[in-house]
Ligand binder design. Sequence first.
Ligand SMILES: Cc1cc2nc3c(=O)[nH]c(=O)nc-3n(C[C@H](O)[C@H](O)[C@H](O)COP(=O)(O)O)c2cc1C
Length: 168
Amino acid sequence: MEFYDVINRRRSMRGYKSDPIPAESLDRIAKALQVAPSACNLQPWKFLYIENQDLCDKICQVYSREWLGQAPAIIVALGNSEDCWRRIEGTPIVDIDVGIAMEHVVLAAAAENLDTCWICAYEIKKLNRVLEINHPWSALAITPIGFGSKEPRELDRKPIDEIFEVIK
Ligand SMILES: Cc1cc2nc3c(=O)[nH]c(=O)nc-3n(C[C@H](O)[C@H](O)[C@H](O)COP(=O)(O)O)c2cc1C
């Protein structure tokens, strides 16, 4: 799929079919994750691709939405807040690094005609606990992954002149 078609195809999907994800698609998605850039190339992430029903149920208890449980798998993006680059002020850059890596995964899924939905509106401590993730690792974002069963919400964006300024 052409790059601009991919980024336009990617939308947040909040309804999934139970159809499994093709192994070749998953392989290409993992490779798209592998090439994501990170500060100092520290790659402070690990992505869990969870099909296990017990674990999916536990995640759904922390972020309780019917559509999350419909997907055949849930991806959890873990970040390492110690083994990452720090800004000059000392703050860890892990959120940005993991955000970039997650978007690689999400866009690669879109290129595979799969759907996703970034999710961060959960209590990180609770998700870490149910997944038994310990410091310095943390579950920073999740997404269901699968074939969507409905239309995404209508596209709603700020006008370009409000978000992009050319300065000569
Ligand atoms: C960092 C981040 C966190 C998000 N968290 C959630 C979430 O917890 N729940 C949800 O339903 N959507 C979540 N979204 C999806 C946004 O609502 C969605 O991207 C936005 O409304 C634009 O719609 P679109 O993705 O369909 O283009 C999140 C998106 C991002 C980038």
